[in-house]
Design a protein around this ligand. Structure first.
Ligand code: ATP
Length: 323
């Protein structure tokens, strides 16, 4: 037990999955500039890992018992991922520190205050429409909540998550969810079965705001309903899911990157049950009928992408391991 009467961990590892949007309808532009969405998100088995450690005496672990703390961040990630305060993992950590009343240590306190060390290992492709940054922010909130013994429940964490980005609350929970509004309010959706995906990754990123801007030029708000996807998930019908996959942002992504349309069409021509751009892209996913089919399909489309991975969905939620 620490000074505040709460047990704190010394080391917490959170493995967090990425997502695909099985359905995404853009309803229109809101007065506040955000787009109104109806979307179905599902976690996919490509994971990032956030490791959180506390250096300092156990008695200083609880933030309520400490006014100041140092935060150190390191990562194994490509140069496109910000290494400092702009990283969503760091922003999540700062947000939580602010909320629980902990300030950053002053220089004169160096060596006397506890240090929270965060280490991010990235496997989720960056700026790829797979919510990589959001997943890292969610993993950080879960890790620090455990490390510091702050005892916020998932709903409280989801509220903090909403301040960090539209996909972050979903990433806190994972599974399969229907999201409406700007994507922040979500409801879990019944999903039977496991789905096999071939994930076509392009190293050249596509900025989400740029895709939404393109949507405002080339796209039209739709009234598409997610019923067919929900029904397919409820019954575990892979073929029906393949036929029902839907994304209003596809045309916008194609207008910026025409080769993505060819990649999507190639998936279909090579026998995928369905294929689409994930979220704002540029990742293109193809749905396979089985693990064996996914393997065959991946070989056939390999030449079209920088990297191809096979993944399963739904991939549960973040897994929190405490040492
Ligand atoms: P979404 O699917 O939610 O639209 P995305 O997968 O398209 O997101 P991210 O991988 O989250 O996009 O990256 C978007 C941008 O966010 C990157 O270009 C990068 O500059 C910045 N970023 C900040 N923190 C991270 C992080 N931890 N991982 C990846 N990108 C990050």
């Amino acid at each position: 037990m620490d000074g505040a009467g709460v047990t704190a961990a010394a080391r917490v590892r959170v493995r967090v999955p990425s997502k695909v949007n099985l359905f995404l309808s853009v309803r229109g532009l809101r007065p506040d500039g955000y787009h109104e969405l109806v979307t179905i998100l599902q976690t996919v088995s490509i994971h990032d890992t956030v490791l959180a450690k506390l250096d300092g005496s156990a008695s200083s672990a609880h933030p309520a018992a400490r006014r100041f703390m140092d935060l150190a961040f390191t990562q194994e990630a490509g140069p496109e991922v910000p290494p400092g305060p702009d990283n969503l993992a760091v922003r999540a950590a700062r947000q939580l520190m602010g909320l629980v009343g902990v300030g950053t240590a002053h220089r004169e306190d160096e060596g006397t205050v506890p240090v929270t060390r965060l280490h991010l290992t990235k496997r989720i492709p960056v700026a790829a429409g797979m919510a990589g940054g959001s997943a890292d922010a969610a993993a950080t909130l879960l890790a620090l909540n455990e490390l510091w013994g702050t005892e916020l429940d998932r709903e409280e964490l989801r509220q903090i998550a909403a301040e960090l980005g539209a996909d972050v609350p979903f990433c806190v929970t994972g599974g399969t969810a229907l999201a409406t509004g700007t994507g922040i309010s979500t409801a879990q959706v019944l999903c039977r079965g496991t789905y096999h995906w071939v994930v076509g990754i392009s190293e050249q990123p596509l900025s989400t705001p740029a895709v939404y801007r393109a949507f405002d030029e080339v796209g039209r708000p739709s009234e598409a309903e997610p019923d067919a996807v929900l029904q397919a998930l409820r019954t575990g019908d892979t073929e029906a899911l393949g036929a029902a996959l839907y994304n209003d942002l596809e045309e916008a992504a194609f207008s910026l990157r025409p080769e993505l349309r060819e990649a999507r069409d190639a998936f279909l021509a090579e026998g995928a049950l369905g294929a689409l751009v994930s979220g704002s892209g540029p990742t293109v996913v193809g749905l396979a009928a089985s693990a064996q089919h996914a393997l065959e399909l991946s070989t056939r489309v390999k030449g079209l992408f920088d990297r191809v991975e096979i993944a399963l969905s739904p991939a549960g939620g973040p897994e929190v391991a405490v040492d």
